[in-house]
Design a protein around this ligand. Structure first.
Ligand code: APR
Ligand code: ZN
Length: 366
């Protein structure tokens, strides 16, 4: 069949909207009609050449849709089922899948530019197109692995389902699964965009009492107050590390999170943590932009420095929990989504992201 998609041919050039050929789903695969796709910074990293993949590629890893057709052997979904798309597919057999860390599936990572079997479904002429994260949801239709499909309730709007597919699960999961924030503690969040806002509301959910939003964009700081922030700090206007110490009684925060993706902001999050505190890195810095961390201070101050990928989540279990939290009013996804776009306007949507428009933008028309 044909599908209209946004294609990245070369870093630092606009995405091109065009019609591609999409193969039928193979065994263990599903054809999904995309319902919504989020404008996440992780895709921008590829557009800006800060992260690499094989080009041309169809990006889009924060999505939802409705199952249109299933390949042989698919049992967990059927045509007509609404699904949240997971940007990691499980093989179910590798060390990580079998030890409770399916977000780190070896086969998924080893086949990062193709489907799980090493082949492509998107083509034009003799050219194969990389399906980013095996989702490629900046497209009308996508063929995804069955294990990328997480069934969701029919009354869950597609835009809410899409954001649960990345920024909600990544942000809330970083707090509850990776850092394991305890009630009554202090939290600082560096970078309060789509993902950071969910770290903030995850911290509120976990019972943190002082929740400090750190961002260079005043609009983002103001917006953050709706998502649980109790204090805001702008590093372009004040010594942010000193201010966080001041707010936390001279100690530094119990938990800090980096949610932008740069060496400098990782250092900032590290320095904002108290002795014995936990520093969790969520953002993905450009290749080569590494933080400088003092190893002696790490030892003497007993800090814990950890990374978290996809909210360290059990996706098939944690995503339905995010749906429950939204539907029972504990997670605010209504205000999180601030803009909707047509697929044709995707380059403008990324300009808005980089201009610092607050909240999350979502493509709703394909
Ligand atoms: N200090 C503090 N905040 C900063 C800084 C800085 N030096 N530079 C940028 N920011 C803020 C921006 O103003 C913005 O509010 O970081 C925020 C980033 O938000 P988005 O652009 O919406 O990015 P998001 O989609 O949330 O992704 C953040 O998480 O999953 C990863 O790959 C993703 O690395 C990216 C990160
Ligand atoms: Zn994302």
């Amino acid at each position: 069949m044909k599908t209209k998609a946004a294609v990245l041919y070369e870093a630092n050039t606009p995405l091109v909207i065009e019609e591609l050929d999409l193969d039928d789903p193979k065994e263990g695969e599903v054809l999904v009609k995309i319902g919504a796709a989020g404008i996440c910074r992780s895709d921008w990293h590829f557009m800006a050449g800060e992260a690499k993949t094989a080009l041309p590629a169809v990006l889009g890893h924060e999505g939802s849709g409705v199952v249109a057709e299933v390949g042989r052997g698919v049992t967990s979904v059927k045509p007509g089922d609404p699904v949240i798309l997971s940007f990691v597919s499980r093989c179910g057999r590798c060390h990580f899948c079998t030890t409770g860390k399916p977000n780190l599936c070896d086969l998924h990572m080893a086949t990062s530019t193709t489907m799980l079997d090493g082949t492509h479904r998107l083509h034009k002429g003799s050219t194969n197109y990389t399906p980013l994260s095996k989702l490629a949801c900046f497209s009308q239709y996508s063929v995804t692995p069955e294990t990328a499909c997480v069934p969701c309730p029919t009354d869950l709007p597609m835009d809410k389902a899409a954001v649960i597919g990345c920024c909600v699960t990544t942000g809330v999961g970083a707090v509850v699964n990776a850092a394991e924030v305890k009630p009554g503690t202090t939290v600082a969040v560096v970078g309060c965009g789509g993902v950071g806002l969910n770290v903030l509301q995850g911290a509120r959910l976990a019972g943190a009492t002082r929740i400090i939003a750190v961002d260079i964009n005043e609009g983002a700081l103001e917006f953050a107050m709706q998502f649980g922030a109790t204090h805001s700090v702008n590093p372009s206007q004040q010594d942010a590390e000193a201010r966080v110490r001041e707010i936390t009684g001279g100690l530094g925060a119990d938990y800090t999170f980096e949610v932008f993706g740069s060496g400098k902001t990782v250092e900032m999050a590290y320095n904002m943590a108290r002795k014995g505190g936990t520093v969790t890195i969520v953002g993905i810095p450009p290749d080569g932009d590494d933080p400088s961390i003092d190893a002696v201070a790490l030892v003497r101050q007993e800090k814990t420095l950890k990374g978290t990928y996809y909210g360290s989540a059990q996706l098939q279990v944690d995503m339905p929990r995010m749906v429950e939290l939204y539907q029972t009013g504990r997670l605010n996804l209504d205000d999180l989504i601030t803009r909707s776009y047509r697929l044709e306007d995707i380059n403008e949507a990324y300009q808005d992201l980089n201009r610092g428009e607050v909240g999350r933008g979502v493509i709703m028309e394909f």
